[in-house]
Design a protein around this ligand. Structure first.
Ligand code: 5GP
Length: 118
């Protein structure tokens, strides 16, 4: 499996501030934010795309959702955020190491499908 920038970040090979980390995932700020709050929840396990997740990843995927909610609360946006997973090039994915985006701090009600991501 090919490595990505997120593999290097989760392994600590590229110095990056972790807003949160545990044994399964890290949370970082997006380098090119599409909203005032834009953070990424990245599992340490390098699953390339959501469709590549296996039944054994079920607990991990649930954990990522719980972390997303907790981090949103911690960042003060728990009442108004959008959680996004881009899957595949056609879905706007550019880094092939599964990650969740939290976007918040701008109007999320205008155009329900408009994410501002790619
Ligand atoms: P995707 O398009 O794959 O869903 O999202 C990849 C995201 O990763 C993009 O929003 C991009 O700005 C962000 N990104 C790419 N490289 C880096 C990096 O080296 N550091 C950080 N913090 N974010 C990155």
């Amino acid at each position: 499996m090919s490595d990505t920038i997120f593999g290097k970040i989760t392994r600590g090979e590229i110095p990056t501030e972790f807003l949160y980390e545990d044994d399964q995932c890290v949370v970082i700020r997006d380098i090119n934010p599409q909203a005032p709050t834009h953070v990424l929840i990245i599992p340490r396990k390098p699953i390339p795309r959501l469709v590549d997740a296996a039944p054994e990843d079920q607990v991990l995927l649930g954990h990522l959702l719980v972390v997303a909610g907790n981090v949103a609360e911690k960042l003060g946006v728990g009442d108004a955020f959008r959680l996004i997973i881009n899957n595949g090039e056609g879905g706007g994915q550019t880094v092939f190491h599964l990650h969740l985006h939290i976007l918040a701090g701008r109007d999320m009600t205008e155009g329900q499908l408009a994410t501002g991501l790619n």
